[in-house]
Design a protein around this ligand. Structure first.
Ligand SMILES: [Zn+2]
Length: 96
């Protein structure tokens, strides 16, 4: 049995708990992140990843020279996530 992390679609936090079910019978979750504006959500994304907007933010911050730790802190995600995302990003320049 593989447990995939449930991520808040608003802030990307993994600090979520089960929160009953929606009218459609889908599992509902509640984000416990203190600064997150979203209270409950339904898991919509089957992939082990993050919202496109978060990915874009990671890419943008990297482009602007932000460090991995800074990016993780600002986006409230783990540094590991940032690293994974940056690895996936195709390189536009050769040589490093
Ligand atoms: Zn959240």
């Amino acid at each position: 049995m593989v447990l995939e992390p449930i991520l808040c679609p608003s802030c990307g936090s993994e600090d979520v708990v089960k929160h009953g079910q929606s009218e459609e019978g889908k599992q509902r979750y509640k984000c416990r992140h203190l600064e997150c504006s979203r209270r409950t959500f339904i898991r919509q994304y089957a992939y082990r990843g993050y919202l496109p907007e978060v990915k874009q933010q990671i890419a943008d911050m990297a482009t602007n020279g932000s460090g991995i730790r800074d990016t993780a802190r600002v986006l409230r995600i783990s540094p590991t996530t940032v690293i994974e995302q940056l690895k996936k990003k195709p390189k536009t320049e050769s040589g490093e």
